[in-house]
Design a protein around this ligand. Structure first.
Ligand code: SF4
Length: 59
């Protein structure tokens, strides 16, 4: 299960640009995991690493 720590997310958009099927910047300026995210459509490990504030975790 993918989670975004909203307290850490700065809304940079990196995760959304790497996988728009899983991440979406909402009106609050934070990234949210989309309901239809399959977790296999993209390389989550790369996205976790790419997040500049380490806000994304995969359990
Ligand atoms: S990459 Fe990290 S900081 Fe940037 S929008 Fe995604 S969760 Fe937020």
């Amino acid at each position: 299960m993918i989670k975004v720590n909203l307290g850490l997310c700065i809304g940079c958009g990196t995760c959304e640009s790497m996988c728009p099927d899983c991440f979406e910047i909402n009106d609050d300026g934070k990234s949210h995991v989309k309901e239809n995210c399959s977790e296999s459509c993209c390389d989550l490990g790369d996205i976790v690493t790419a997040c500049p504030v380490a806000a994304i975790t995969v359990e």
